[in-house]
Write a protein of this length. Structure first.
Length: 317
């Protein structure tokens, strides 16, 4: 194509773009609010990441604060050398990996059970009961757990304490399982929704053909349902791996006490304490910790997506 032909087509392309926008302006108006929210609350705060490389002082502002030593990486090096680093990283990885290995399979199993339940009223009742905990706030949910596991008045806690002389809420070894399985109780029902939607799209002719061939229920699940669910489960796994170091600090902080601190102190709670709870808050240090989490999460997300795409072809494009 010659330069004359390119110049000749430019006005037409521009006109067609304007015409398309004119004909579909309602769609752009609809998408404008979430775009504005994304810019204000997701991309706008990224400007503050600069303080991770500075010795931030509120009186001097972000740009006026001096750069940190060691080419701006002083706070990162400080965190890596801190005696809490290994413990916080280990606890964060344990809780995250444990949650990944438990939550997705539980949601899949619940979706399969509900999908094959013949009694509609029973299925709807189970769905409602399993969905409800998800809509309870974290603080209230942890309060319920504390009441259940209380050693004096708790339904379960008093029995365990009197039988095994064990305070579950104060046990460091029990904290990971308590955190993960309480999360299963709270989120499995809601997490099963997407798998139920996937199962609803399975062609019933496949099941009819399998039944005619004499396939059992487990065989139908294995050879028909699971292949349909796996791509969705892989996508959900990739999304969760991206936030593997970003354990929700609200629940951990609410469940945390001096007795279980050795296994409950994660990166998020440590950053919260050094930035907001400390007598001498260090905002640069806590921002460096948060940036470290984000970089590791991005690296793991890209790696998991690449591996999933190569092994099964189910990764993001």
């Amino acid at each position: 194509m010659t330069m004359k032909s390119i110049k000749k087509h430019r006005p037409a392309d521009r006109n067609s773009l304007l015409k398309y926008f004119k004909n579909h302006w309602e769609l752009y108006i609809m998408i404008l609010p979430p775009v504005i929210l994304l810019l204000v609350f997701a991309y706008g705060p990224m400007y503050g990441v600069i303080i991770a490389f500075k010795n931030y002082k509120a009186t001097l502002g972000i740009l006026g604060s001096p750069w940190a030593e060691q080419y701006g990486f002083y706070h990162f090096i400080k965190f890596f050398k801190n005696y809490n680093f290994i413990e916080c990283l280990r606890n964060t990885l344990v809780l995250s990996v444990y949650s990944l290995l438990v939550t997705v399979p539980c949601s899949v199993v619940l979706a399969l059970c509900l999908n094959y339940t013949k009694y509609t009223k029973f299925r709807k009742t189970v769905q409602m009961i399993t969905y409800c905990p998800y809509f309870i706030s974290t603080v209230v949910f942890v309060g319920i757990i504390r009441l259940i596991l209380d050693t004096r008045i708790g339904v379960l806690g008093s029995i365990v304490y009197n039988t095994f002389d064990l305070n579950i809420m104060g046990s460091a070894s029990a904290f990971p399982s308590l955190y993960v399985w309480s999360g299963v109780w709270q989120g499995t029902g809601y997490g099963a929704i997407i798998y139920l939607a996937t199962l609803a799209g399975v062609d019933m002719q496949l099941h009819e053909a399998a039944i005619i061939d004499g396939a059992t229920l487990l065989q139908r699940i294995r050879h028909i349902d699971l292949p349909e669910i796996i791509p969705t489960a892989v996508i959900m796994l990739i999304l969760n791996i991206g936030s593997i170091l970003n354990v929700g600090y609200e629940k951990v902080l609410a469940m945390q006490n001096q007795n279980n601190l050795s296994t409950s102190e994660v990166i998020n709670t440590y950053a919260y304490k050094v930035s907001l709870v400390s007598s001498f808050p260090d905002f640069s240090y806590s921002t460096a910790i948060g940036l470290f989490q984000s970089l590791v999460g991005l690296t793991l997300l890209l790696a998991a997506n690449k591996i999933a795409d190569r092994l099964s072809g189910n990764g993001f494009v």
